[in-house]
Design a protein around this ligand. Structure first.
Ligand SMILES: Nc1ncnc2c1ncn2[C@@H]1O[C@H](COP(=O)(O)OP(=O)(O)OP(=O)(O)O)[C@@H](O)[C@H]1O
Length: 261
């Protein structure tokens, strides 16, 4: 399980996340949605240890990881599938997998439950045919599968995925959502950042909306599926172009009103 309490984080003295509290029980998917710049990646980086929060607590299965560097957070069981995949262009698929498998923490995961390279390739068969290809020779979908494989090989208890469908063809994006749902069904705790509300709702057990760094809605996905209108209003889905997103001054206190509609 992942518990985030009162998290505050930002850059260079400026605050982006304000008092963010979210809980993700084991075996469930929390989808985090929000407009461009709402703070979704900042949240993921704060949990993953890539950004040091200025206040609050992050707990991974009862272990407090707040403020620890990324390698320690990974060792505590947090796998990250970063925005933009971040695979190494010069390394082959096999080299990526070997590196990730070599850095896996020992002793925490029972052998039967351990992610090994063969088990990961069974889950992601597309990668098997690409083992000798370098990162820059892979399609976007293959890079995404590799990023997921790499995260699984650190034996995560919590998996963070930052817009894994970004830039993928619809069938591949659907495959990624299927994978995420399957991993949660297998017991993983999943925090999924997703831009597209209908896609988030397909896979989420719970949905949180971030707006200007605050959680303005945190609800069971089933409830949002039954009436997505307030969340659509919060996300301004009719104006996907960031340039048309209203400024805080234009919006007044719209997020709170929208939540309670
Ligand atoms: N390294 C950084 N230094 C300074 N400000 C940053 C940095 N990274 C992000 N920000 C700012 O923090 C705010 C939140 O950005 P963040 O990337 O977390 O949003 P996001 O919700 O993930 O957006 P997107 O949907 O566009 O990925 C934005 O105003 C952004 O400009």
């Amino acid at each position: 399980m992942l518990r985030i309490s009162g998290l505050r984080a930002g850059y260079g003295g400026g605050t982006v996340l304000h008092d963010v509290s979210l809980t993700v029980p084991a075996g469930t998917v929390l989808a985090v949605v929000g407009r461009n710049g709402a703070g979704k990646t900042t949240l993921v980086h704060s949990v993953a240890g890539l950004l040091r929060p200025s206040a609050g607590v992050v707990e991974v299965c009862e272990t407090v990881t707040t403020g620890q560097p990324a390698h320690r957070v990974a060792r505590a069981g947090v796998g990250l599938v970063p925005q933009g995949r971040r695979v190494f262009s010069r390394l082959t698929v096999a080299e990526h997998l070997r590196l990730a498998a070599g850095s896996r923490p020992r002793g925490r995961v029972a052998d039967a439950a351990r992610w090994t390279v063969p088990r990961v390739l069974e889950l992601l068969p597309r990668l098997s045919a690409r083992l000798t290809h370098r990162g820059n020779q892979l399609s976007g979908g293959e890079q995404q599968m590799l990023a997921i494989a790499r995260a699984l090989l650190i034996q995560p208890r919590v998996l963070l995925l930052d817009e894994p469908s970004e830039g993928l063809a619809p069938d591949l994006a659907a495959r990624v959502r299927e994978l995420v749902a399957g991993l949660a069904a297998g017991g993983l705790t999943v925090l999924l950042v997703e831009q597209h509300l209908p896609h988030a709702l397909q896979v989420a057990d719970r949905l949180a909306v971030l707006d200007y760094g605050r959680v303005v809605l945190d609800a069971p996905a089933a409830r949002v599926r039954a009436d997505p209108t307030p969340v659509e209003a919060l996300l301004s889905v009719a104006t996907p172009d960031a340039a048309t997103t209203p400024s805080p001054a234009d919006r007044g206190d719209a997020p709170d009103r929208a939540v309670h509609h």
